[in-house]
Design a protein around this ligand. Structure first.
Ligand SMILES: [Zn+2]
Length: 176
């Protein structure tokens, strides 16, 4: 997995919002990091990584996310549904980034095609460094040590070095 920093940048690159007001910023931030809310489900049962890279990291989950955004917009009588597509792009950018990130803990990859198969998938080549977040049965407390490590700091720097210039270039292109 990438860090929230990499995922947020990926979300803003793929689902570039039409404006940088607080609503769009919050929405893309949420969409880009939504798959990793599976950590919260794990924390609730006392095993931080229990559900990580499972259903929330599937194309089906991204479709459900888009449907939920659509329903919320409809209920608010919105005239624009741009958020459905941009949110979907940000969500899928998360899946793509995780697919091309080293995964050193078994099972490697994620359940991309859940619920049709529970098999884990990862790209044949990986580029980004994995963010360490403890073992499968670790509690939230036990996972904190690996999360705040120098290894993870290096991983975040690599994400910034690759994704920040792309993001800044896109902003520059928009203005010229
Ligand atoms: Zn993830």
């Amino acid at each position: 997995m990438c860090s929230p920093v990499g995922h947020t940048l990926g979300g803003f690159i793929a689902g570039a919002p039409p404006a940088f007001n607080w609503r769009w910023l919050l929405f893309i931030l949420l969409a880009a990091n939504a798959p990793d809310l599976d950590f919260l489900a794990g924390a609730l049962v006392g095993e931080f990584n229990r559900y990580h890279h499972m259903a929330s990291h599937s194309i089906m989950a991204s479709a459900i996310f888009m449907l939920l955004v659509f329903i919320v917009l409809r209920l608010n009588n919105s005239q624009s549904f741009k958020a459905v597509w941009l949110g979907g792009l940000a969500y899928n950018a998360h899946l793509l980034l995780d697919c091309i990130t080293i995964d050193s803990s078994a099972p490697r990859g994620m359940q991309l095609f859940w619920p049709f198969t529970e098999q884990y998938f990862i790209a044949p080549f990986t580029f980004f460094t994995n963010i360490q977040h403890g073992g499968r049965n670790d509690t939230v407390w036990e996972a904190l040590g690996p999360i705040f490590s120098m290894h993870n700091l290096g991983a975040v720097f690599l994400e910034l070095a690759v994704l920040l210039p792309i993001f800044l270039f896109m902003q520059w292109r928009k203005r010229t």
